[in-house]
Write a protein that binds this ligand. Structure first.
Ligand SMILES: *[C@@H]1O[C@H](CO)[C@@H](O)[C@H](O)[C@H]1NC(C)=O
Ligand SMILES: *[C@@H]1O[C@H](CO)[C@@H](O)[C@H](O)[C@H]1NC(C)=O
Length: 553
């Protein structure tokens, strides 16, 4: 304890008025620490080393001298090692140094395997262990390995750590383990001297949750918890399917664009080739529905099959087929269900709408569209699905329709400014953008629509934005890091499938051609998804020069 006159502390006492208080008492502050702080106040310099650091920190913390605190924070953060991280963590916790705690958390995540190897992880606090185990970016371990790390930490001092079992185990992603791994865990737990999981109801529930998840594969997108998330924070643009320009071969590829290295990488290909299909994300799964497996422009080969991609395991699963074959249609995920809207088949345009129920793995019809449509586009905003444009009885439309799944009703909203079909639509913030597509020029010939516009649901109004530099119809569209990417497709003005990706920045209202892609593909689809980044690049030998004319407009 130290007595100190107000005079020297005038700077520190801030709000207190001198005449009211002549003396204050400082608890938990040492001479050395205080001397360092006072030196700092007079000289703006502070002498720090690992020896006086803790005392200085305590004094700085007590007196809330922010520049010294943040400097100590930085120094300690830069000095974290495998050997001292337990000690640094203790200082951070004692002094409530939030930044330092975060940095230790990050250090533990990045160096967990070294910490485990030398046993230093056993000295870490429950908070650090839990924070590391909770991270999506914790890579290089199987969930079973993480379970054993948690178990090792708990067993190291079981009498004192017994109460932390659920606190750690709740971060192990048991649903992502294989059934045999789960059985192994249950058996070990029964045979072990201490039954860690079984002695805690909450932990037993973790194992039950995992076995439920595995027993109901079709329900998985609806059973998402923090434990079913993919252990990755690699979020990328994915492109799937499409028809190649040269050979008119339909692609099975599922690819992602790795922006860091600027290359396309291959994920597990689809089981069947697809183009003009519907894609939607639900519960961290990617669904692809309908479309065509062979090239024809009239939708004669429309199909009804549907698949689901699980990025956690890079695996496909076939789900229930649509009741009707459809291509050139729209698919949205809305309120935990999928909606397949309109399209066409061999006999012509379709007005039916089907809804996929995960619980039953079944498609059922809901209220039809007022008119049949194909080549329309759609998006979701605030629990409603919006469908724009498309082709009805061989005529391009500018209508906007809104579907409310709760009421199972369609209602009409303000028309777009342009007629368009085979365009794309997406939601960015409170704006529903429509871009590209084509329509008739005169009475017979097709023309790219370069104009772009957005709809504001609040005001039921359309506004024009910057036009696309190059026409793209029958494309994939996705929003990635706040920017809208329009990928591949067909240009009517150039009469060929295009090999470009154009990007729109909604804040700046500018378009940019961002990169060229492999072979030109039409009827391709895109989405943005978190996956495990695969190794290797897609063979670029296949890139073919597309003799597109230079920019018009
Ligand atoms: C911790 O991990 C990071 C990232 O892998 C690495 O750069 C760093 O050298 C590691 N630190 C120690 C002390 O091993
Ligand atoms: C095409 O769609 C129409 C309208 O939904 C339907 O009546 C017809 O059976 C479908 N034809 C084929 C071959 O599936």
């Amino acid at each position: 304890m130290l007595l100190i006159t107000m005079l020297t502390l005038g700077y520190l006492a801030g709000g207190m008025r001198e005449q009211e208080m002549r003396e204050i008492k400082l608890h938990g502050v040492t001479k050395l620490g205080l001397k360092n702080i006072i030196d700092f106040i007079y000289t703006s310099k502070v002498n720090l080393d690992m020896v006086n650091l803790q005392e200085t920190l305590e004094a700085a913390n007590f007196l809330q001298v922010m520049p010294v605190l943040s400097f100590c924070n930085q120094l300690l953060s830069s000095e974290i090692t495998i050997d001292n991280c337990g000690e640094v963590e203790r200082i951070a916790t004692d002094l409530l140094l939030k930044d330092l705690q975060l940095n230790i958390g990050e250090f533990v995540r990045q160096n967990l395997s070294a910490l485990v190897e030398c046993g230093r992880y056993l000295q870490l606090s429950e908070t650090s262990m839990a924070n590391a185990l909770a991270k999506n970016s914790l890579q290089g371990f199987s969930e079973l390995e993480l379970y054993h790390i948690a178990k090792g930490w708990l067993e190291y001092d079981y009498p004192n750590r017994r109460s932390s079992v659920y606190g750690l185990m709740r971060h192990i992603r048991f649903p992502l383990m294989s059934p045999s791994e789960l059985i192994q865990i249950s058996q070990d737990d029964e045979e072990g001297a201490e039954s860690m999981m079984r002695s805690d109801t909450a932990c037993v529930n973790l194992l039950l949750e995992a076995s439920n998840y595995q027993m109901m594969p079709f329900m998985q997108p609806a059973l998402q918890t923090e434990r079913t998330q993919i252990r990755s924070d690699d979020t990328h643009i994915l492109a799937l399917g499409g028809v190649m320009r040269q050979q008119l071969v339909v692609s099975r590829e599922l690819r992602l664009y790795d922006e860091k290295s600027g290359i396309w990488r291959a994920l597990k290909p689809m089981e069947v080739p697809r183009y003009q299909h519907g894609v939607a994300l639900l519960g961290g799964f990617l669904f692809i529905v309908g479309g065509q497996s062979t090239y024809d422009t009239k939708g004669k080969t429309a199909i009804d099959t549907a698949y689901r991609y699980d990025p956690r395991f890079d695996k496909w699963l076939q789900i229930a087929s649509l009741n009707e074959k459809r291509t050139f249609f729209h698919l949205s995920a809305l309120k935990g269900k999928l909606f397949a809207v309109g399209g066409r088949n061999t006999s012509g345009e379709i007005d039916t709408v089907e809804c996929y129920n995960l619980r039953k793995n079944e498609w059922t019809f809901v209220t039809n569209m007022v008119e049949p449509h194909y080549g329309h586009a759609g998006t979701v905003h605030g629990n409603l699905m919006y469908i724009s444009g498309g082709i009805t009885r061989d005529t391009f439309q500018k209508e906007l329709w809104c579907y409310d799944p709760a009421a199972d009703k369609w209602s009409r909203r303000s028309d777009m400014m342009e007629l368009r079909g085979l365009h794309c639509m997406c939601t960015a913030g409170e704006r529903l953008y429509v871009m590209g597509g084509n329509h008739f020029r005169g009475s017979s010939d097709y023309d790219d629509v370069l104009g772009c516009e957005f709809y504001s649901p609040d005001t039921d109004q359309w506004s024009v934005v910057a036009p696309m530099p190059r026409g793209q119809s029958d494309v994939g569209v996705t929003v990635f890091e706040g920017q809208i990417y329009v990928v591949w497709g067909y240009s009517w003005n150039s009469r060929c499938m295009v090999d470009i990706v154009q990007r729109y920045d909604p804040e700046k209202d500018v378009w940019e051609r961002v990169f060229n892609v492999l072979e030109p593909l039409g009827g391709i689809r895109a989405c943005t998804m978190t996956v495990h980044l695969p190794e290797g690049s897609v063979d670029e030998a296949q890139i073919q020069e597309c003799p597109l004319p230079t920019d018009k407009s």
